[in-house]
Design a binder for this molecule. Structure first.
Ligand code: MN
Length: 212
């Protein structure tokens, strides 16, 4: 997707049904999140770039120069790509076993964080302590090292404005719209349950495909 010319970007299919992630993520939240929020970011992003020079730029280049873009482009480009990554790195039970993480990914997690359990604690803290709306990320930085970071609003580590830059291989949406219907104010409970629907097979694939 990052190599796609901006005007050719398509709104992606949800890779499973709205109720596929029950009980961790309820069907109503999934439906609203995908059909209203994600769709809204995509539509507003396309409207914001229409007729501008940004249309012909590759999406990855645009994200890497997002500080030059308007707030409408920054927020909606981020909202569009972040949710696309989010859906793909969740899944049904056959993909969510931690044994689906490749040996390479497991080794990298152990080397950066000590163990998968310690990684979860550190990632969970980044997600829980991100003030207001935003995302937590597991990224591969330019030196190939795994790092945990978080970003405000719809920013992400692909953007030049990011505190920690890198290629995201796993992201968690901690906007209230992602969990409020089921969890209300209990963001830590949402985070804990979310680990049960992480698609480790896909995270391993993302890790393998990182190129700088
Ligand atoms: Mn969201």
């Amino acid at each position: 997707m990052l190599n796609t010319v901006v005007k050719d970007l398509k709104f992606p299919e949800l890779p499973y049904s709205f109720d596929a992630l029950e009980p961790c993520i309820d069907a109503q939240t999934m439906e609203l999140h995908y059909t209203k929020h994600h769709r809204g970011y995509y539509d507003k992003f396309m409207a914001a770039i229409k007729g501008t020079d940004l249309e012909k730029m590759s999406f990855g280049v645009l994200l890497n120069q997002i500080s030059k873009a308007s707030a409408a482009v920054r927020n909606n480009a981020g909202g569009f790509v972040n949710h696309d990554m989010f859906w793909k790195t969740m899944g049904k039970s056959k993909t969510t076993s931690e044994s689906q993480a490749s040996a390479d990914l497991t080794q990298a997690i152990n080397s950066s964080f000590g163990s998968l359990d310690k990684f979860k604690v550190e990632f969970g803290e980044a997600a829980a302590t991100r003030f207001g709306s935003g995302w937590a990320w597991l990224v591969v930085d330019a030196s190939g090292k795994l790092k945990i970071t978080s970003s405000p609003n719809q920013d992400n580590p692909l953007m030049d404005v990011a505190e920690v830059k890198g290629m995201p291989i796993l992201g968690l949406d901690v906007w209230e719209h992602a969990y409020y219907l089921k969890y209300q104010n209990r963001r830590p409970e949402y985070i804990k349950n979310w680990f049960n629907v992480v698609n480790w097979e896909e995270v391993a694939k993302n890790f393998k495909n990182v190129k700088w």
